[in-house]
Write a protein that binds this ligand. Structure first.
Ligand code: FE2
Ligand code: FE2
Length: 324
């Protein structure tokens, strides 16, 4: 049994539970008798609670548990002064690989399989043979796909979840498709290829463990450069890929943050690049709002606190809907 924190709140007093939890804090304390016990703050993606290892065996090494560890615990539900405070029967450090990251990091609300099928259909719809071949080199590669499907699109601001990059990529593609239908001068295949590839560097920019971390490579290079490097490498494998097309595609990727102060070394200077930059901003901003509302209000309604990056509080009195 691997209970979520959320589930513990609905269990009756005395009910047994077990599961993997992240150690937010740990302290060794003493009973009046002088015997030591452990007080832990444990969490997963659904919440936090305090737990006590009230009667550790005499020979137990209480110093082995550290902040930042993942532990496996079992115990029973108890409350102290109205707060959940289970007593633990057993606690041990968990081995990496024993638990899955989705216990700690949330997962895209939309089906990963269905979204990936849609992405493959989009690739199928690209007529330009060079762009199509390029996309296939990425998305027909199982190792790359496995990584891509797990990658978040952000650490905190938007799509900070497993599968977030896929969700964001698809959403940006849908917006671009609409824009290309309206503005016929846009090279639709170039725009769609750029939308699919614009953030692929994130597969090496983020690492998902018990939280979403930025890698050293991500910190030092950033995903705009990393995406360009990955795309340029694959273009080199496509025979006859036109130089001009390569330049236009890389320009879209390099300029997709729209402004120098947002990390783009180039401002958008083509129709496709400007469409992509706005599509990217539109999707990430709306999704960022939605995620923040959900984090702040849960099932409630009204005003959130001021958003740390958008610098405004956000109002919501509707119902969340992640349906079709
Ligand atoms: Fe980006
Ligand atoms: Fe993006």
């Amino acid at each position: 049994m691997d209970s979520f924190v959320r589930d513990l709140y609905s269990l009756p007093i005395g009910a047994e539970f077990s599961g993997y939890f992240f150690v937010e804090n740990v302290e060794i304390r003493k009973h009046r008798t002088g015997e030591p016990f452990l007080r832990l703050i444990l969490s997963d993606r659904t919440g936090t609670f305090t737990a006590l290892w009230w009667k550790p065996p005499k020979d137990a090494d209480l110093t082995q548990f550290q902040k930042g560890d993942v532990v496996y615990v079992s115990g029973h539900v108890e409350y102290f002064q109205g707060s959940l405070q289970p007593k633990l029967k057993e606690i041990r450090k968990a081995e990496p690989g024993e638990y899955s990251s989705d216990k700690f990091v949330s997962v895209s609300r939309y089906s990963i399989d269905e979204q990936f099928t849609e992405l493959l259909e989009l690739i199928e719809s690209v007529k330009n043979p060079y762009l199509k071949k390029l996309l296939e080199l990425f998305f027909y590669d199982d190792d790359f796909v496995e990584l891509f499907l797990k990658t978040p699109a952000g650490k905190t601001i938007h799509h900070a979840c497993i599968g977030g990059l896929l969700e964001h990529t698809l959403s940006v593609c849908e917006i671009c498709e609409t824009v290309a239908r309206r503005f016929k001068s846009i090279d639709r295949d170039l725009l769609i290829a750029a939308a699919i590839l614009h953030d692929i560097g994130k597969v090496h920019e983020y690492r998902v463990g018990t939280s979403i971390e930025i890698t050293t490579e991500g910190m030092l290079l950033g995903h705009l450069y990393m995406s360009c490097e990955m795309v340029a490498e694959k273009i080199a494998q496509v025979e006859g890929f036109p130089r001009e097309l390569k330049v236009k595609l890389l320009h879209c990727i390099l300029s997709h943050h729209g402004k120098y102060e947002h990390g783009s070394p180039k401002m958008p200077k083509t129709l496709e690049a400007v469409a992509l930059a706005y599509a990217d901003a539109l999707d990430s901003r709306v999704k960022g709002f939605e995620e923040f509302i959900e984090r702040e209000l849960g099932a409630g309604k009204g005003w959130t606190r001021r958003h740390f990056a958008f610098e405004v509080p956000i109002y919501f009195d509707g119902e969340f809907n992640y349906g079709e």
